[in-house]
Write a protein that binds this ligand. Structure first.
Ligand SMILES: Nc1ncnc2c1ncn2[C@@H]1O[C@H](COP(=O)(O)OP(=O)(O)OP(=O)(O)O)[C@@H](O)[C@H]1O
Ligand SMILES: [Mg+2]
Length: 353
C-alpha cells in the first residue's frame, strides 16, 4: 500500500502525552502543526506500544485515514484537545463503523444508515461548540454529511412573535443547516415556557425535520446536563430521537493548565513557571465561585489573552525586545490581568482594556 503522503515534505507529527513524545509509524503527516499533544489518547486506543512503552496511534496509521487529508486533519485536531474522552470515543467508534461499513458494502453485505442526532451536555466553555465544528468536519470527510458546516442558533433565533412565525424561523434555520449541523445552544429553553409557549412550535418543527431529512442534516442540542435531562423528559417522543448523548465534564485544574499550555504554545509564547503557578491559583479561585458560572476553557483563554496584552504593554514600557522577552509571559503579566479583572468588576467574558 502506497502512502499518499510519503512524499510530503512537512514534518512528522508527534503524538505524545505530557512529557513523553514519540513519532507514530506514519512517515509524514498532512497536518501542518508539528506537534499533537492531547491529554487523552482515545483515537490511539487500538495502538500497539513501541520500545519505550508509548502507545502508537492505531487509527492514524490506517491507509483509509491517511488517504483522506480532511479526515486525518480533523482527527488530528480532535486528538490534540485536552480530555474530552467521551467525544473521542464516539468519534473513534464512528470512524470504525464507517470504515467497516465500506468493507461490508464491498462484500455485498447490508449496511443500515444510522441517525446521529445528539445531545451535548456540559457547563460553559467545556468544548461543545468546538466539538460540533470538528464533528461537522469528520462527518463530511466520512461522507455522512454533504457539507459539514455548523449553524449555531439559540432560542431567540428560532422563536417568533405570532403563531406560524416560529415554525417559519425554525425551518429557515434548518434550511441553512442543510448538509451540515444545526447546533442549538441552551436548547432546554425551548421548553421553558410551557405548553402555550412558541418554543413548542420550534420543537415540533425540529422533530418533523429530523425525520424528513434524516441523512441531510444533523441536529445537536446543547446545554447544562440537568436542564437537558428535564427538557428530554418534557416530550416522550424526544429521548429516542437522540441516540447519542455526549457529556462534557468540567475540566480539572490540571486539564485547564494543560489547555493553557496549548493556548500559549499556539500563540508562540511560554509561561514562566511562576506564571503557571499564578494561573493555577486564579483557576482554583474562580472555580470555587458560585456566580458567575465558571467558564472552563474559555476562562483560561481569556486569562491567556489578557496576559498577552499585559505582556505587550510591559515589554514596550521596559523597552526589552529580545526573543526571550517577546515570548515569556511572567507572573506579573498573569497577575496584571487579575488586577484588572478584580478592579473593573467585569466578568471574564468582558474586555478590560
Ligand atoms: N479540551 C480542550 N482543549 C483545548 N482547547 C479547548 C478545549 N475545550 C475548549 N477549548 C477552547 O476553549 C474555548 C471555549 O470552548 P467552546 O466555545 O467550544 O465551549 P462551549 O462548551 O461551546 O461553551 P458555551 O457553552 O459557553 O458555548 C475555545 O477557544 C476552545 O477552542
Ligand atoms: Mg458554545
Amino acid at each position: 500500500m502506497a502512502y499518499p503522503f510519503a512524499a510530503d515534505p512537512r514534518p512528522t507529527v508527534l503524538i505524545g502525552g505530557r512529557g513523553r513524545e514519540f513519532a507514530p509509524a506514519r512517515p509524514h503527516s498532512p497536518v501542518p502543526k508539528q506537534e499533537l499533544r492531547g491529554g487523552t489518547f482515545v483515537l490511539a486506543r487500538t495502538g500497539t506500544r513501541d520500545a519505550q512503552g508509548n502507545v502508537r496511534s492505531g487509527l492514524f496509521d490506517l491507509p483509509e485515514i491517511q488517504s483522506r487529508p480532511d479526515l486525518y486533519g480533523a482527527l488530528a485536531e480532535l486528538e490534540r484537545l485536552i480530555g474530552l474522552g467521551e467525544l473521542k470515543t464516539f468519534v473513534f467508534e464512528l470512524v470504525a463503523f464507517v470504515l467497516v461499513s465500506e468493507r461490508r458494502r464491498q462484500m455485498g453485505l447490508r449496511v443500515q444508515p444510522q441517525s446521529y442526532h445528539m445531545v451535548f451536555s456540559g457547563s460553559p466553555g467545556t468544548g461543545k461548540t468546538t466539538a460540533a465544528r470538528l464533528l461537522g468536519r469528520v462527518f463530511a470527510a466520512l461522507g455522512l454529511l454533504p457539507r459539514g458546516h455548523v449553524v449555531e442558533v439559540e432560542r431567540a433565533d428560532l422563536v417568533g412573535e405570532y403563531i406560524g412565525h416560529t415554525a417559519q424561523r425554525t425551518r429557515d434555520a434548518i434550511q441553512r443547516a442543510m448538509g451540515g449541523i444545526l447546533f442549538i445552544d441552551e436548547a432546554y429553553s425551548l421548553a421553558r415556557g410551557g405548553e402555550r409557549d412558541f418554543g413548542r412550535e420550534a420543537i415540533d418543527t425540529l422533530v418533523k425535520a429530523m425525520e424528513d431529512h434524516r441523512e441531510r442534516f444533523l441536529l445537536i442540542l446543547a446545554g447544562y446536563e440537568r436542564e437537558m435531562e428535564e427538557f428530554l423528559a418534557t416530550n416522550p417522543g424526544l429521548p429516542s430521537r437522540f441516540p447519542f448523548r455526549l457529556r462534557f465534564p468540567d475540566y480539572t485544574v490540571e486539564e485547564l493548565l494543560a489547555i493553557a499550555d496549548l493556548f500559549v504554545e499556539e500563540r508562540d509564547y511560554r509561561l514562566a513557571p511562576g506564571a503557571r503557578a499564578a494561573l493555577e491559583r486564579l483557576i482554583v479561585r474562580e472555580k470555587r465561585k458560585f456566580y458567575p458560572p465558571f467558564s472552563n476553557a474559555r476562562f483560561v483563554r481569556n486569562v491567556v489573552e489578557g496576559a498577552i496584552r499585559a505582556h505587550a504593554a510591559r515589554v514596550l514600557r521596559e523597552g526589552r525586545m529580545s526573543p526571550q522577552d517577546l515570548t515569556l509571559l511572567t507572573v506579573r503579566d498573569v497577575e496584571a490581568w487579575e488586577g484588572g479583572f478584580a478592579g473593573e468588576g467585569t466578568n471574564e467574558r468582558g474586555l478590560r482594556w
